[in-house]
Each structure stands twice: as C-alpha cells, then as structure tokens.
Design a protein around this ligand. Structure first.
Ligand SMILES: Cc1cc2nc3c(=O)[nH]c(=O)nc-3n(C[C@H](O)[C@H](O)[C@H](O)COP(=O)(O)O)c2cc1C
Length: 320
C-alpha cells in the first residue's frame, strides 16, 4: 500500500463532508438556458471569485446532476446570490423533484439572455471561460460580463449542513416536533397581539386596506387553491399586520414566524379550509379601523384558539 493510498483511505467521505461544512459559505442559484431556451438552475455553495482582472468566478457542478448537459452545452450562465430571506428559493432550486423550478419565481433575462432572479443580493452574468473536469464535479469558470446589485439584506449563509439563521434553527425544531403547539400558539398570540396593538396606534389607512386585501385573498378562492397558494394568502395576512405595526425588530420576528407557519402547513399539519373563521379575520380588520386595540387582539386570540380546537387538528394560525 502506497502512502497515497493510506492518505486516501484516511479521507472518510462522511467526515470529509462534515469537516468541509465547517467553512461557512454563501448560497447562490446558478442559472442557464437549456438548448431549447428553457431556464434551468440549481442551488450552489461552491461559488467562488477567481480573478479581478479579467473578472473571473467559478462554481462546481456534480457530474451526476441532471443539469450537467444544460451547463455543458451553454455558453453562458448567471450567478444569483441569495439573501437570508430567500431560503425557500434555495430549497426549491436544490430539489430534483420540482419539474419547473422557475414556476412562481420572479426573474428576468439578463443582457446575455441568462435568467437573473429578482431580489437577489447580487447577480453576475458570465460567459463560459473554461470548464475543467475535477473528480466527480466539473468546474465552470465564467468571465463576468454584466452584474447588478440588489437589496441591502443579509446573505443566506450555509454552515455545517444548514442555513445559519434563526428561522432555520426554528424550522428544524418544528419539523423534529421539538417545538410544541401550545408554545407556538402563545408566541403567535403575544407577537401578533402586540403588533395589532401597535398597528391600532400607528397604521395608516392604506396599511389596514392591505390587511383587508389579504383577508379578501384568503376568502376568495380557497376551495380551489393549492396548498402553496393558501399558504401565501395566510402569510400575506400576517405580513400585512406586521408591516402595520411599524416595529422593525418585531417585523423580523414575524418573518421568522411566517417561516415556521409555512413549514408547519407544508410538513406538519394538514390544513383544511375554514370558512367558519372568516368573520374573525373581518373582525380584526374592523377593530383596526376603529383603532380598538383590545377588540383586535381579542379577535386574533379567538382565531388562534378556534384554529387549534375547532373541528380537527387540521389548522394552524394563519390557516384558512
Ligand atoms: C446549500 C446547497 C449547496 C449546494 N451546492 C451545490 C454545488 O455547489 N454544486 C452542485 O452540483 N450541487 C450543489 N447542491 C445540490 C444541488 O442544488 C442539487 O443537487 C440540484 O439542484 C438537484 O438537481 P439534480 O439532482 O438534478 O442535480 C447544493 C445544494 C444545497 C442545498
């Protein structure tokens, strides 16, 4: 046995992955066009800068990836760097089960025709400069031809196999069933009760209109809507309340709660439509219009209680 073999044997794959995970990275969605012009893309943390002059960047793509052919044939690609708020996009583009990853995603064609995803921290459109085989990956080096900056949000950070953010830790706890329903309900009551009280003092009429529009959205097509659409309407209702409260710290907490809401509706609790609860959301809006903080908080309280206890266990705060 040569020393090289000895060395190789020592690199046990699971430990190798685990140790690589000690290096925190950002997360990007790399996009291109297939030969017939369809947008294609995947989540990637192997993005790295290479050279300033000329401006070169790289990423490595698994040879086993279903997208290898598309990238190998394309003469350009785009790197879209994700913000902390785009964790769901990251999961979407990391899935091999979603047929059309771009469905419902806001994107535009860049000057080279590559898909540039909206609201990313930064996007770089590159022509392919070189491609190198490297073990079970191909390394693509791109020359940056166009770039654009986005919002001044925090980056989505991947570290030790998970996104490094509060929401992600909480999501893991939710999925593992380590965050109890009673605790979550109490958190919803406290957080959104406070936000409603603040909204009664601070909300402009237009912001209450936005909450009412979200309620309209929830009631409009709920029998025919997909779970994704219903989750979106539910999230919009709570986001609109958060915006009306005008407190940045509480808004961030509310975003975290929305992430949990999505996760629970998708993975934990089967949600059925609840038309019986329509009047309670209307009451929240009515009380807000009257600047009746106690009334609004009480209506929300009742909504949360009924969601949990009414009928079956099929509901979640914000569920319909
Ligand atoms: C945070 C994160 C980083 C990833 N980084 C890479 C990467 O650098 N290269 C790669 O080929 N796949 C990477 N993946 C996996 C791909 O996103 C995933 O395999 C692909 O989208 C699924 O489609 P496929 O199975 O057809 O390749 C990453 C996944 C995640 C969640």
């Amino acid at each position: 046995m040569t020393s090289t073999t000895l060395h190789r044997d020592a690199i046990e794959p699971t430990l190798f992955r685990q140790l690589l995970g000690c290096f925190p990275t950002g997360v990007a969605i790399i996009t291109t066009r297939t030969a017939d012009g369809q947008p294609a893309g995947l989540t990637c943390n192997s993005f790295s800068s290479v050279s300033l002059e000329p401006p070169l960047v790289l990423f490595s793509l698994r040879k086993a990836s279903s997208l290898l052919g598309a990238f190998a044939e394309a003469d350009a690609f785009a790197i879209n760097i994700l913000s902390e708020r785009q964790d769901a996009l990251s999961s979407r583009f990391a899935s091999s089960k979603i047929a059309d990853k771009f469905e419902g995603v806001a994107w535009r064609s860049g000057p080279l025709g590559m898909p540039v995803i909206e609201d990313c921290l930064a996007s770089f459109e590159c022509s392919v400069h070189a491609r190198h085989e490297a073990g079970d990956h191909d390394v693509f080096i791109g020359e940056v031809k166009h770039m654009s900056g986005g919002p001044a949000d925090q980056a989505l950070v991947f570290y030790k196999g998970a996104y490094m953010m509060l929401a992600e830790s909480l999501r893991t706890l939710v999925i593992q069933g380590r965050l109890g329903s009673a605790d979550l309900d109490e958190a919803y009551r406290t957080l959104y009760g406070t936000l409603l009280r603040l909204a009664c003092e601070r909300a402009a009429e237009g912001e209450i209109d936005a909450i009412e529009a979200a309620v309209d959205g929830i009631e409009r097509h709920q029998a025919t809507e997909s779970l994704d659409q219903r989750i979106e309407s539910a999230s919009r209702f709570f986001s609109a309340i958060a915006a009306a409260g005008h407190n940045e710290a509480l808004t961030l907490m509310a975003q975290t709660m929305t992430t949990i809401l999505r996760e629970r509706m998708t993975h934990v609790i089967r949600m059925r439509p609840r038309p019986d609860l329509f009047p309670l959301r209307r009451k929240v809006v009515l009380c807000l219009r009257r600047r009746d903080a106690d009334g609004a908080a009480a209506a929300l309280d009742e909504l949360i209680t009924k969601l949990r206890t009414g009928g079956d266990a099929a509901a979640e705060p914000g569920g319909q």
